[in-house]
Design a protein around this ligand. Sequence first.
Ligand SMILES: [Zn+2]
Length: 412
Amino acid sequence: MNDNKIDLESDSNLEAFYGLPRQVKFCCRCVMSNQRPASAVEFRHTIDSKKETLAFDEDGVCDACRVAEAKEKIDWKSREDQLLELLDKYRRNDGQYDCIVPGSGGKDSCYQSHVLKYKYGMNPLTVTWPPILYTDYGYENWKNWIDVGGFDNLSFRRNGRVMKLLTRLSIENLFHPFQTFILGQKNLGPKLAAKLGIPLVFYGENEAEYGNPIADTSTSLRSKSFHTYQNVDEVFLGGVSIRELRDRYDLSINDLTAFLPAPAEEIARTDVQVHYLGYYLKWTPQEVYYYAVDHCGFKARPFRTQGTYSKYNSIDDKIDDLHYWTTFIKFGIGRATYDASQEIRNRHLTREEGVALVKRFDGEFPDRYIDDVMDYLEMDREQFIAMADRFRSPHLWRRSEGGEWQLRHHVE
Ligand SMILES: [Zn+2]
């Protein structure tokens, strides 16, 4: 006990990267730590960004658990009535699209588009910013979404050379291999809505379900800051300013436009509204998964995802497994921690089971696709693993006497 106390005291002097809280705490209900960064505006991200992190209250409960608790008390019938009122205002029966559902054919986009079209009689256009490197079953799920579910789809293939460069830069500068995917996933829907004159865009769950500020759940609308910009000088891709991308990497603004958010005045002029369907309909990942299986031919990954115990979420991009490994390096939070916390909040797991799963799987190195990913990036595996050490925050990591990296704090 005493040893532990001494250790904690000395830890408080250690440097914390990314603006993370120096003192590490774990939620007493789920298994998430206070190091979890909130989803931020992706295109402002630089190595100097200070992260907002998951808040805990005086009882040691995290905001995401409080949101889950509040969800139990929501009058979902009245929320659905609000949705019907919105849809009644915009529904089109003349062949024109009335809403956009962005997605890659995962369980959430299947569910969103399917209920909008077949339960509520909307005419959605689905739009896809494809994964960086499709898995076979991810591609199959995307096809089934369109062919079995029955939707029109626009799939946007961006400039592959620029995509690769930006993905490399986001790794080298931010250790964030998934940034180019997130940018497209957040921006493409609203941008196409403005261009095509489609008034509504529907995403699934609000980021606050996983730990963004609770106040964000008080509206169905997603903040425009996520998908619009005022001044291109404020935008960074791969942690590099647009000016530097032009000067140093010889890219033109035409090369970069596909990766940029929408200009704020364009969204304002066209009055595009971006809503979370999860505000109106009660969202349980496991139920959404069963729905996608039944209605869109969705199939889980044929094997366990490395770094966790699950099989059915975020499985369409080979690079996604690596993404969760980088969160383990930067924040000490691996994929099993994300999955188990969500399932504890939905009462599919006890906290004790969650702790055991975290101990067993968190931080497992995802080697199944690593060679494909490194080939794509034209990067060397050893070089990538060595790069990780630059991003390990001293307040989270120490080296054992044998030279092994070890986390200083574990969920108990
Ligand atoms: Zn919690």
